[in-house]
Design a protein around this ligand. Structure first.
Ligand code: PRP
Ligand code: URA
Length: 217
């Protein structure tokens, strides 16, 4: 594994685990079907969520257990929001929801222009109480970093400060750009790949995440 300089940044989190590695191998495989791809994206999203929610605030609660009242802790009610970047981010939402069923879901619409590779915004709808929540912005791919950085900028413009970015596959170029633009935001990735190709696709990557999730190619 290449030890890039961003590993020194405490806001950068490469989630390394045998289960993540195993599921990533299956996700990259071009023989993986649309159904399997969706399931794997969901499962990796769950494993990323486990890491990204380590510092969620807890409340003391008393629970009526069979033998006595137990002093327990629970995640505060309005703790989390999920914000997928359309459209590929949708493939990660159910994984987060399985762990945090009460999380509200916002949506940000962005796509990369095919010629310029720059993100183009077309939609933003966040939960009404988003500023009270930690927003987990999810997108399977962090390539140039433009989409993720723009999505977080759109969220910050609405006065929201508690934001974490979760991606499955990333490129060093995108990590550097994202962390330069948003040094205050934690970034969680499952894989750091080699580089981008001339079309700004990640190598080795997994191809077009949106098309593989939704079977559009
Ligand atoms: C993909 C991906 C990210 C973006 C990453 O989306 O899901 O949003 O590209 O690239 P970047 O880091 O260079 O911005 P795409 O634009 O293909 O749209 P889609 O989700 O609708 O397929
Ligand atoms: N978007 C994708 O879906 N894949 C890449 O490799 C880069 C951007």
């Amino acid at each position: 594994m290449v030890k890039h300089e961003f590993y020194e940044n405490p806001r950068f989190h490469h989630v390394q685990h045998p289960l993540v590695e195993h599921k990533l191998a299956l996700l990259r495989d071009s023989k993986t079907t649309t159904k399997q791809f969706m399931e794997l994206a969901e499962e990796i999203a769950m494993l990323l969520t486990y890491e990204a929610t380590k510092d969620l605030p807890l409340e003391d609660v008393k629970v009526d257990s069979p033998l006595e009242i137990a002093d327990c802790k629970m995640v505060s009610g309005r703790a989390v929001g999920i914000v997928p970047i359309l459209r590929a981010g949708l493939g990660m939402v159910s994984g987060v929801q399985k762990l945090i069923p009460n999380a509200k879901v916002g949506h940000i619409g962005l796509y990369r222009d095919h010629d310029t590779h720059e993100p183009v915004e077309y939609y933003c709808k966040l939960p009404a109480d988003a500023e009270q929540r930690t927003l987990l912005v999810v997108d399977p791919m962090l390539a140039t970093g433009g989409s993720a950085a723009d999505a977080v900028t759109m969220i910050k413009k609405r006065g929201i400060t508690k934001i974490k970015m979760c991606c499955i596959v990333s490129a060093p170029e995108g990590i550097r750009k994202f962390m330069e633009i948003h040094p205050d935001v934690d970034l969680y990735v499952a894989a750091v790949d080699r580089c981008l190709n001339e079309n700004c696709y990640i190598l080795p990557g997994l191809g077009d995440a949106g098309d593989r999730l939704f079977g559009t190619k």
